[in-house]
Design a binder for this molecule. Sequence first.
Ligand code: ATP
Ligand code: MG
Length: 382
Amino acid sequence: MRDILLVRYGEVFLKGQNRPFFMKKLTDHIKQAVRDVGGRVWLSEGRIYVSDFSDLETCIRRVTKVFGVHSVSPAVEMEKDDFEAICAQAVEMMRPFSGSFKVLARRSDKRYPLDSPAIMREAGGYILERLPQLTVDVNNPEHTLMIEIRDHAYLSVERFPAVEGMPMGTNGKACLLLSGGIDSPVAGFMIAKRGVELCCVHYHSFPYTSERAREKVLDLARLLSEYCGRMRVFVVPFTEIQMQIHQKCPENYTTLIMRRYMMRIAQILAERDGAQALITGESIGQVASQTMEALGCTDDVVSMPVFRPCIGMDKSEIIERAVRIGTFETSSLPYEDCCTVFTPKHPATHPRKALIAKAEEALDSEALIQAAIDGTEVVEVG
Ligand code: ATP
Ligand code: MG
């Protein structure tokens, strides 16, 4: 008899010929997630199991963050032949609980002498006799004891929901423009959840933005990497570009021009890192640079698709999501972002593309972009 972790995965993505590929990715990511607690991971008959771990809680926390995992249950694995021993173990597992319960049984070994209804009935009666604090409720129980008869018997009471989504790396790679704000980490999470690998680009404007602001963004990238695994963060020096824009371009267009440079540089770095799309945390109408026309102007300078998964979300919905994935607290730390440096008093909300392009002629774009890329620092997180 031993403790294991039973891992359930979403079935939807498992149809068709890609199944072995998806399953291999999923088990590899679970292995990676539990490597430092010594977990052994294996796949058998529609379940993934983790055993030999040194710390169950860490195991649960890590595995519930692996995209593609539906839920996990700490379970006891035991020999299936001695049904009395199974019932005795069931009693031990239910002992801490009071209130209503039911036994749910699943038998994939069809040669097993008891069928599922019999297992439920027998084990339920056995528990009820010995634990007077429990009552049976088959429709709406407070606790469910699961008994699965496979190669062994598996007993579990608790179930922890996981992130779901699709296994990381099964749907290409995209580059997240990561600021220190609330929205961009949520946007990255939402795309990564669909199995898309990430890399990140962050623009900083030292000395107008501090070392602490940079660290905050790297902390956000680390939080994301708990879901996405190891990734590269490109930290791009942006001061010179912002200064030049500030000096040479009409004030009401400075934010938009700055955003266009962010997109141009992100696309170059994305291509270099093998990413096929860009991700931003923009949402329609949230600020002046996120009006319909403004978004059109930023899209205009890149050829890659730009994913904006927060586009139709209210701020309150984005915050709710940030809280759930665990980035909200870090995002809320009060360090400055380069967007808040040189903010114009009256940013254009209905910009004209031709005027922006004209304004940008005052800048030596090629040299500015090249210098920013040459000065880029690459940080690996996760
Ligand atoms: P966030 O909450 O993510 O900062 P925001 O609502 O503050 O977003 P903006 O500051 O206008 O919006 O930025 C819009 C998007 O542009 C961000 O979601 C992010 O994808 C990108 N972005 C903004 N600043 C930076 C930066 N310094 N480095 C990288 N990307 C940035
Ligand atoms: Mg921001």
